[in-house]
Design a protein around this ligand. Structure first.
Ligand SMILES: [Zn+2]
Length: 470
């Protein structure tokens, strides 16, 4: 956010009615959306790629993260022209609000406004002491105050310039009597506030939470926290609800300093059949992440599904083989997905097989802890670097859906082996072991849960408002 957001009460506590088109909207949030959001953030002066991944964690699946990866790099709608609003301040001077367009620099903006080149040089030199001019984003606002020229042929005079490179810092440049420039910096006080957003899931969790004003960073955190338990495509039904408590910092004049972070979140699935609650907690010496009410980490050793966008087309068990035309054990689960859909490593491990494997076509097998191994068949392509004995992270893209080998159409055939024998991936993934807090840490966590439950109720009772941190 670039400090242009409305105060929090404009965002929160909107409610939703249930609508249709659940699948359509969810389907629209596949890798196309991920790719869209993964476009490099545009900078006014450089085109450098700078993505920040909040809570980067090598063991986490990319599901929500990837979709919203660039959440903190939110760039304003690209414009081709600098937008300029001019308002007369006094009869002798004019104040102009300019937003940097793609490729703009502060110097170029001043040049366009007709400022003399000597003044531009002095202005840039003075500003550069306080502002990293090369890293200003597209859309960055500048307020420029101009005075009339001394005589008819001369260029107008730059009287003052204000820029807010970060929500908490405002830099003001002013011309002094001698024609030099002085720069002042104002630092705004910042307060952390708790905000709560909730509503019914209409269309998709992403769309509904965004509509309720949940910023992208916390939204990505929330989706990731649920991603080991919830398949956002299959499990969300009409009537499901989300509820999230966020902590976010604001300046004294009402600009958001950051996207905030999730303290607690809840999501129902199956139209209210199941309820998942997650609490942010950092155990001693451990990672700051999410735990369920019982103090179990949300992280599971294996992902529920190794694809973001797919539907199950054939389950584990005895089946008549569509190509071989006789009944035999279908030793895995088939996920129908378009050719080229990225396939994710279900868990961290080591590649033990990667290459052609008869009827399995292009195939990758990964060995995991605890005597588990996963296999991925019929790939159109194996991802670069995925070769025998390579280490992979959970959620790492290891290849792409295809139809190589004995296959009737593009799909992923996914196998799970336990001590060398195929087992049903869907049943095991649900019960995969989680790490649980114990001893003193569990006691500390339980106290934290009580505190959060109370904090949340306090925010909830002050509808349309935020409360200050206790
Ligand atoms: Zn299969």
């Amino acid at each position: 956010m670039n400090g242009t957001s409305a105060p929090p009460h404009h965002h929160l506590w909107r409610k939703f009615c249930v609508g249709f088109g659940v699948l359509a909207v969810v389907a629209a949030l596949g890798w196309g959306a991920a790719r869209f959001f993964l476009q490099p953030a545009e900078s006014a002066e450089t085109a450098s790629l700078s993505l920040t991944f909040p809570l980067a964690d090598p063991t986490a699946p990319p599901t929500a993260e990837d979709i919203l990866a660039a959440g903190r790099e939110e760039s304003p709608a690209p414009s081709t022209e600098s937008s300029v609003e001019i308002s007369p301040v006094e009869s002798s001077s004019v104040e102009t609000l300019v937003r940097l367009a793609k490729g703009d620099t502060v110097a170029r903006v001043l040049q366009k406004l007709g400022v003399a080149s000597g003044d531009i040089g002095n202005t840039i030199a003075a500003l550069a002491e306080r502002v990293r001019l090369k890293s200003l984003p597209v859309g960055q606002a500048l307020t420029v105050k101009m005075g009339p020229a001394d005589d008819a042929d001369a260029t107008p005079v730059l009287l003052a310039l204000t820029i807010r490179p970060e929500p908490r810092r405002e830099i003001t440049l002013e011309r002094d009597g001698e024609g030099g420039y002085s720069v002042e910096e104002e630092i705004f006080a910042v307060t952390a506030k708790r905000e709560r957003a909730s509503g019914e899931v209409e269309g998709s969790v992403i769309a509904s939470a965004e509509a309720a004003g949940v910023p992208r960073g916390p939204l990505a955190e929330m989706l990731r926290a649920f991603s080991w338990d919830v398949n956002f495509q299959h499990d969300i039904k009409v009537g499901d609800r989300f509820d999230v408590l966020i902590e976010r910092s604001w300046t004294s004049d009402g600009q958001a300093v950051d996207d905030g972070r999730v303290l607690w979140a809840e999501l129902t699935t199956g139209g209210g059949d199941e309820r998942f609650s997650v609490y942010r907690f950092q155990p001693q010496g451990g990672e700051d992440f999410f735990y369920n009410r019982d103090g179990e980490s949300v992280v599971k050793a294996l992902l529920r599904t190794p694809l973001n966008m797919s539907r199950i087309s054939s389950r584990f068990g005895h089946r008549r083989h569509p190509v071989l035309k006789f009944t035999r054990l279908h030793a895995g689960v088939d996920f129908a997905a378009p050719t080229g859909t990225p396939i994710l490593a279900a868990g961290a491990g080591r590649v033990v097989e990667a290459g052609r494997n008869g009827g399995y076509g292009r195939w990758v097998k990964i060995s995991h802890d605890g005597g588990l191994a996963t296999g991925y068949a019929h790939m159109s392509r194996i991802a670069p670097g995925v070769r025998r004995s390579a280490r992979v992270r959970q959620g790492q893209v290891i290849g792409f859906v295809g139809s190589t080998g004995l296959s009737t159409g593009p799909h992923l055939h996914f196998e799970l082996h336990r001590h060398g024998r195929p087992v049903d991936p869907l049943s095991v993934a649900r019960t995969a072991q989680r790490t649980r807090l114990g001893g003193k840490e569990l006691e500390r966590f339980k106290a934290h849960v009580t505190e959060m439950d109370l904090a949340r109720e306090m925010v909830a009772t002050t509808e349309n408002q935020t409360t200050d941190n206790p």
